[in-house]
Design a protein around this ligand. Sequence first.
Ligand SMILES: [Fe+2]
Length: 252
Amino acid sequence: MLRARSRPSLDRPGVARVNGLAESAAARARHRTISIARAMPGADAARFAELVLAARDAWTPAFGAEQWSLGRAFYTHLEEGLDGEYFRGAAASDAEVEARAPGLQAAVIDVAARALGERVVRRAGFCGPGVHVFLPGDPVAERGGVVHFDTEGLTPAQLAARAPAATLVLMLRPALEDGGTTVWDVDYAGRDHATHAELAAPSHTLRYDEAGDAALIDAYRLHQIRPFSGGPRVSATAHLARRPDGAWECWF
Ligand SMILES: [Fe+2]
């Protein structure tokens, strides 16, 4: 079902809603989080989603099979004490993603670079972009995801300097109802968990109306995947941090 799209607009301070990647790059000067309609042609995103869904035998479970991914996600492995396995399996993970969804990693890196308007390279030793799959009826669909910051993959130096960092969520298959991302006007302050006061701060929900819509979320801003129905919800993800030489490194 096609829904009417909003015109590019400033929905809330700190969040911009734009059409296309050129507008995203332009909006970054004034906005920390950007909701991007048509970041990738919808047919391309839908084709990648079909490939990911057909590769279920290759999915990696996380948190007791509460969620799945094609490719290995650093934050889930870190939180489950499996970071050694993550690094040992990084090359195999990238090979699997490329075998099952050819061209996906390169396409995600290209979208990230154009959304940022800057150069993006793979982070050495880490897995390249991958895909999160959330199934209907699973905890994330029923209750929403954990409220969090995307700081797990940042080095201590990047964290101390508050190096520019972002997460690209490229929706390959949106849920039929909701499944957006809520972003609070709350910055990372060295704690992984939000306080009640922080959760009462102003927030904005980013929508993914169509396959190919995306969000570029400031990694230091508190955020959460909203509950959804009509899944699976399939989203490619690249975590990004700016290096001193100006290039952004990406990982999953
Ligand atoms: Fe996140």
